[in-house]
Design a protein around this ligand. Sequence first.
Ligand code: MN
Ligand code: MN
Length: 258
Amino acid sequence: MRILWLIGLLLLTGCTPLSNSYPHLLMGNPSGASGGDLENLLLDKPQYALSYSATKGTANWVSWRLTQADLGPVGRCEAGFSLDPSLPATLTAIETNDYRRSGYDRGHLIPSGDRTANTLDNCATFVMTNIVPQTPENNRGTWADLEEYSRDLVKQGKELYIVAGPSGQQKRIAGQITVPTQLWKVILVLDQPGSGLQGITPSTQVIAVVIPNRKRLNRNWQSYITSVDRVEQLTGYDFFSAVSLPIQSVIESREAML
Ligand code: MN
Ligand code: MN
């Protein structure tokens, strides 16, 4: 009897789900990021999931769910930018000073404004792994307007699944940070918050953009709308891979009509 009880206990602990309970990769892990690959290193946090590239000195992508519960009264993290404590100690961590006098903003991938429920969540967006070099015109203009638009959708009752990242290399700063030639973002818009994968149909709206990372660009982010398929071709990633293939092929080939 005691042996049976022990076997039962082992089975029970063995069946503990390996995946965590965070919602940020519900739609899939775009590059199959994992704990072992320094070029595609999964940093899985309560506030978002991130794939880090040691060579780029930036994320490959950041993925997050955005709900009304994420939007609260908290202002920008008073402690400011910080090292990411979840990076392996063997890696040279990018520091906030590495961006100094580069001419580029320390641009958030998941914006500070998407994590304003409490100080801990907001400060989690200020770790340097979430930061990419963005031109001020991109970061504070076109890109910021799309961030604002996304939060407006949530305030209107939608729930979003967002993935954003850099692509290309126009130069390196501080010898170790890749300045991307463009930034991309894909947004899946759930009409029914909490409906998850079941809530996705062929008519689910997705918004995809590729925005140049330069001084001169169109302020109107809608002028950079493209399809998710195009962003997949650009990056080599597979977005929304947890969604059934027939639905993926419909929603990923269509450009958003707003
Ligand atoms: Mn920004
Ligand atoms: Mn896909």
